[in-house]
Design a protein around this ligand. Structure first.
Ligand code: ATP
Ligand code: MG
Length: 426
């Protein structure tokens, strides 16, 4: 066995983690403006939490689950998505209770696991940022949630992301459409992929979602679900479109988009962008009005999305967007001789406790090597500490950009280094 990472996983290395932190923080700040609060659910769940809510015949459940039996013979799965766990938690923690303000607005970020064929933007462990809004069927909620994703892309400076929109209607619209789709696909049965022949029996809407070329051809002239919306569904969809227009958020209608999970109704959407000639979905979601009831809670209309962080970072890179990351160090402490080791530790701790970022030499290196290290850490100032400095109680503090230097007592530095920096600039 090779001691290497499993296929489809990634180490997020220090040179990249700063980007992750930036994007995560920006998302937190953005979501906060809409009063979303973070929820953290377990990385693994009972298999049944995911299986029937996401749908037994979806790719996620039928092919992609990382499931196993634990030592207590419980059927467990690593979570493949965030919505079902959050809904499970919502019901288990009785967030539906009247004393909890509605709508309940939650967001999460973390690892998801799907056994997929790894490729660009497709991993076996990946990270999602997701939001869920519980307790309102107002189309303004649909639009606000989509606008929030749009807001985040804008803050990041991402271009050319297109909002694809569709409606699945309510359950009666969907039943009518299901029959029309069966009538359309049945004569084409032999031209469908094996998987889609099975889908046709079990869950015909899934054929629309197939990525097999022969299925894509077969569904090209499929009836449009939008022709089967009843009055209530049509009205909801019209309001969503109108509100998007009033916010100036462009969209295109994509009637073959059904999303890879079974729990959606009414509005569904994807934000899609082109990466190296391929359409890649960064963010996807929609309305799921029956899921809370499915988990044993009261009737609770809900709306949410999941956003793939790897794909978001991939797009930032492809679009050449540089993030405003600060990698500077306030102070580098050059340590001359092992006699200064202990005093150096006291001094650098005092700086850190005053709020400065500070690094030092631990390896008793030559002064030149230490100055080089200071440069590579982009240190703004360098303090040099050796036996003679300790005896004198004074050190040189150097501005590492303009090489300006001043002599300061150790006491002053330990009391108020901000003042020392001001004196250095003066
Ligand atoms: P796709 O059609 O690309 O397989 P999906 O419908 O399975 O996507 P969702 O379940 O809606 O995706 O997940 C939401 C988002 O999570 C996707 O839009 C994408 O950004 C991201 N995502 C999904 N699967 C993966 C994966 N295997 N690796 C990386 N990101 C993923
Ligand atoms: Mg998928």
């Amino acid at each position: 066995m090779k001691l290497q990472k499993p296929k489809g996983t990634q180490d997020i290395l220090p040179q990249d983690s700063a980007k992750w932190q930036y994007v995560e923080q920006l998302a937190r700040d953005t979501f906060k403006k809409y009063r979303y609060q973070e929820i953290r659910t377990p990385i693994f769940e009972h298999y049944e939490v995911i299986s029937r809510s996401v749908g037994d015949t979806t790719d996620i459940v039928s092919k992609e689950m990382y499931d196993f039996y634990d030592k207590g013979d419980r059927h467990i799965t690593l979570r493949p998505e965030g919505t079902a766990p959050v809904v499970r938690s919502y019901v288990e923690n009785k967030f539906f209770a009247p004393e909890v303000q509605k709508p309940v607005k939650l967001y999460y970020m973390g690892s998801m696991f799907r056994y997929e064929r790894p490729q660009a933007g497709r991993l076996r462990e990946f990270h999602q940022l997701g939001v869920e809004c519980f307790g309102s069927s107002n189309p303004a909620v649909d639009v606000e949630v989509m606008a929030m994703a749009h807001h985040l892309f804008k803050e990041l400076g991402i271009q050319n992301v297109t909002l694809h929109l569709n409606s699945l209607g309510n359950s009666s619209s969907r039943a009518a459409y299901r029959q029309a789709l069966i009538d359309y696909l049945t004569p084409l049965r032999d031209s469908l992929s094996k998987d889609s022949q099975r889908r046709l029996e079990e869950n015909p809407l899934r054929v629309l979602d197939s990525k097999e070329p022969e299925d894509k051809v077969a569904v090209e002239n499929a009836p449009s679900i939008l022709d089967y919306l009843d009055e209530e569904s049509q009205d909801h969809f019209d309001q969503v479109k109108e509100l998007l227009e009033s916010l100036g958020i462009p969209y295109i209608i994509n009637t073959n988009m059904v999303r890879g999970l079974d729990y959606y109704n009414h509005t569904i959407f994807e934000f899609i962008t082109d990466v190296a000639g391929n359409d890649l979905t960064i963010c996807a979601g929609g309305r799921y009005d029956s899921l809370v009831e499915y988990f044993g809670g009261p009737d609770t209309p809900s709306f949410g999305f999941g956003l793939g962080l790897e794909r978001l970072l991939l797009i930032l890179e492809k679009q050449g967007i540089s993030l405003p990351l600060t990698e500077e160090l306030d102070v580098y402490l050059a340590v001359l001789g092992s006699e200064a080791n202990g005093r150096a530790l006291e001094l650098i701790q005092a700086l850190r406790h005053q709020g400065f970022t500070a690094e030092r030499d631990y390896l008793n290196r030559k002064i030149k090597a230490q100055f080089k290290a200071a440069d590579s850490f982009k240190a703004r100032t360098i303090i040099t500490l050796g036996e003679s400095e300790i005896k004198a109680g004074q050190v040189q503090v150097k501005n590492n950009q303009n090489r300006q230097e001043i002599t300061v007592s150790l006491e002053e530095i330990e009391k108020d280094f901000a003042q020392v920096l001001k004196n250095l600039e003066a």
